[in-house]
Design a protein around this ligand. Structure first.
Ligand SMILES: [Zn+2]
Length: 719
């Protein structure tokens, strides 16, 4: 006869892990996600949904999106913070936002409709300024962020403000001349914040350049390039202020926006944020190099240098016969990747397969060539075009997407336009960003194609490209540029630094490559190929934090991470090291205590918890005044071994479990054990059929035992 054990848990109501949410005075069921983005797809500003991309770039992967037509006062009230994209509002929508804020909600609005301007302490609109600068005030949400003027592209409203409104960032007409108007303003309660420009528009225009320059050959060199989008027409000032290139201006404004959101959520509960990079890295080196039909030994020369530093690279190849499929297989086995380097113009009327007259031709010819030449080799999903060829504002991105490409390396610090009037050169971020983000079309369509700036470019530093002006640096000066970029990233720019290390120029640039990679190795900075970086970028972007559960009395935050399990990708979750003065005591992932480190990010201390990419449950426990006593979870098992589990207890070092036939636990006990803090369970392998009682208690670091938990009862029924 088969023996089956049934365990029935009798005590239940007392054991339910009570969760109480309240939004200020009104008891309200909260949505699982703390952030709501409200957009109006019919608004004249088409970039509203890009705030979702900004949230993901900043690791706030826990938001819902709703249209103005679908929202109501009661749905708004379910969120800790609401972001309102630029749109006009109906009177009833305006009333809903007022109700939300007066009910205790936190609202961040872009160029708010005049019907709600009073919420933000905004008075009369005096004027609208086209382009300008802002300067963060350096306190509150901008503490630790650069206190220098940063560019704004797009329309900026000049508002008079209430006497008690707080300017979080002041508006400037240019890099040095301040106005009397705020660029970002908060009402006196701190619940309502208005950007008097559209942050999304500004970020997009910084990253993707001037749409008016699409398809122009500004420098008249016969090639339409990505960088044309950043140059001034007819000697006019470049789109990006060359004095600001060293600052990741777009990233810094996003960080400020993320801080505002976190500050609003943290008023009521702690919340996780995903770090930009794997583990605790502050910088990533992403190695790429173009190759123009070079002999195979030239590739090997470069690989020899890379191997010295265990650095991996993606090669973008022109059509070449230097390699056999076996060659590439061997390189790939050692972590190198190969992709295409399509050209936009290579007339070959006598050989139709290679007759390229447009970038579209180039993508088609190169994709076909790679598939034919190396049928067993997966082509890199990242790409750089020959001569940085580009079309339209985002047309080139759509051509790449049509060929299965997912990351673009065409935005690139190169060209004589980067020389300033004082003859020094701008180094840094022409797109204002060291972070990968998706392209967006002018009509608001978000493209599944990541833009990653190439910051460190060999042909910009060395005069290797005949006919083009370079900085003509010595080896030591070129290495100094790399070191300065790495140091600035480590200190707060937090950038993925992509390189251009042409196979063609290794003889001329080898000292610089060695100096750059050697310095990165010294700083323990990962040196990845672009495809590894793309895998990380996609996994991180698509991950979500879900099922938030904040127990304000026990100060326990539970949430899940939902992420694609991706080989070679770790994701780091950041948590506040304290909540309202209570220190973080323990973090469990999937039921086990984990170690964590405290890092200082832009002047703010945060705890980093690293997990392999995948689905995980997190429990973060903040200290409460007593040694608390978590009730056991209920478990249902049908056979031995029987595992009793419980919730983690604040500051527990170990746990004691008792099982008895009586609920007073009069000796002898039927089972008892002590388990370490890293375990939240006890397993019973043999026990006669009967009805039992069990309880658990925790011991803290001082050796003091906490009170016993609620007693739970179960029955082993033998059939
Ligand atoms: Zn090329």
């Amino acid at each position: 006869m088969k023996r089956t054990f049934f365990i029935t848990t009798i005590v239940s109501a007392l054991l339910v892990f009570l969760v109480g949410y309240s939004l200020v005075t009104t008891a309200q069921t909260l949505a699982s996600n703390p952030i709501l983005l409200v957009v109006n797809d019919a608004a004249s500003n088409k970039f509203g949904r890009y705030y979702g991309e900004i949230l993901r770039a900043e690791g706030l992967n826990s938001y819902d999106v709703m249209t103005t037509g679908a929202m109501s006062a009661s749905t708004l009230a379910q969120y800790r913070v609401v972001i309102l994209a630029e749109t006009t509002l109906t009177p009833s929508q305006a009333a809903d936002f007022s109700t939300y804020v007066t009910g205790g909600g936190y609202l961040i609005a872009m160029r708010p409709d005049s019907k709600v301007k009073g919420l933000f302490g905004l008075g009369a609109r005096q004027n609208t300024q086209s382009d300008g600068y802002l300067r963060l005030n350096g306190s509150g949400p901008s503490a630790g962020l650069p206190k220098v003027t940063l560019q704004i592209h797009g329309a900026i409203d000049q508002y008079s403000t209430a006497a008690d409104a707080v300017s979080l960032a002041q508006l400037y007409t240019d890099a040095t001349n301040i106005t009397i108007y705020p660029a970002v303003v908060q009402d006196v309660t701190g619940h309502s914040t208005a950007f008097n420009f559209d942050l999304a528009t500004n970020i997009i225009l910084m990253r993707q350049g001037n749409p008016a320059n699409a398809n122009l050959d500004i420098d008249n060199d016969g090639v339409t390039r990505s960088i044309e989008l950043f140059q001034g027409v007819g000697g006019a000032a470049p789109w990006v202020d060359l004095n600001k290139v060293p600052i990741p201006q777009a990233d810094e404004q996003q960080r400020f926006f993320a801080r505002l959101i976190l500050q609003a959520i943290n008023a009521n509960q702690p919340t996780p944020q995903m770090w930009y990079f794997p583990d605790t890295n502050k910088t990533m080196m992403v190695l790429t190099g173009d190759a123009h039909a070079n002999p195979a030994e030239w590739y090997q020369n470069e690989v020899n240098i890379l191997d010295t530093y265990n650095a991996k690279m993606t090669f973008y190849m022109s059509i070449t016969s230097a390699f056999t499929e076996t060659n590439l297989q061997n390189y790939r086995a050692n972590g190198f990747e190969f992709g295409i380097h399509p050209t936009a113009y290579h007339p070959d009327p006598n050989y139709a397969p290679y007759n390229i007259l447009t970038l579209s031709d180039g993508y088609r010819v190169y994709t076909d060539w790679f598939a034919t030449a190396f049928p067993s080799i997966p082509e890199s999903r990242t790409v750089r075009n020959h001569q940085l060829a580009w079309s339209g504002w985002t047309d080139a991105a759509e051509l790449a997407i049509a060929k299965g490409l997912e990351m673009d390396a065409n935005f690139y610090n190169w060209g004589p336009w980067l020389q300033k009037p004082d003859t020094t050169w701008a180094h840094g971020y022409i797109t204002g960003s060291g972070q990968p983000m998706k392209f967006i079309k002018a009509d608001g369509t978000i493209l599944p194609y990541y833009q990653q700036l190439t910051e460190l470019v060999d042909e910009q530093m060395y005069p290797v490209n005949p006919g083009y002006l370079s900085e003509n640096l010595s080896d030591s000066a070129a290495i100094a540029v790399s070191k300065q970029m790495i140091d600035a990233s480590e200190a707060g720019n937090y950038a993925a630094l992509m390189t251009q290390l042409h196979v063609d120029y290794v003889n001329e640039t080898g000292v610089w490559i060695n100096g750059t990679l050697g310095y990165a190795q010294l700083k323990n900075i990962p040196m990845w190929n672009a495809d590894h970086w793309l895998s990380f970028t996609k996994t991180r972007h698509d991950a979500n934090y879900t099922n938030f559960n904040w127990d304000s009395s026990k100060r326990v935050l539970k949430f899940n991470m939902e992420a694609i399990s991706t080989a070679g990708v770790n994701l780091s979750t950041m948590l506040s090291p304290s909540f309202r003065g209570s220190p973080l005591i323990s973090v469990s992932v999937d039921g086990l205590f984990v170690t964590y480190t405290t890092q200082t990010i832009n002047g703010v201390e945060v705890v980093f918890v690293t997990t392999p990419a995948g689905n995980h449950s997190f429990i973060a426990v903040y200290q409460t005044s007593d040694l608390p006593n978590a009730p056991p979870n209920r478990n249902y098992y049908t056979a031995l071994p029987l595992t009793l589990t419980w919730n983690p207890v604040t500051s527990a070092m170990q746990y004691e479990v008792q099982v008895a036939l009586n609920n007073n636990f009069v000796l002898p006990l039927s089972f008892s054990t002590i388990v370490p803090r890293t375990s939240l369970s006890a397993t019973i392998t043999s026990l006669p059929g009967d009805t039992y009682y069990w309880r658990v208690r925790a011991q803290d670091i001082r050796g003091v035992w906490g009170a016993w938990s609620t007693v739970d009862k179960f029955t082993l029924q033998v059939q």
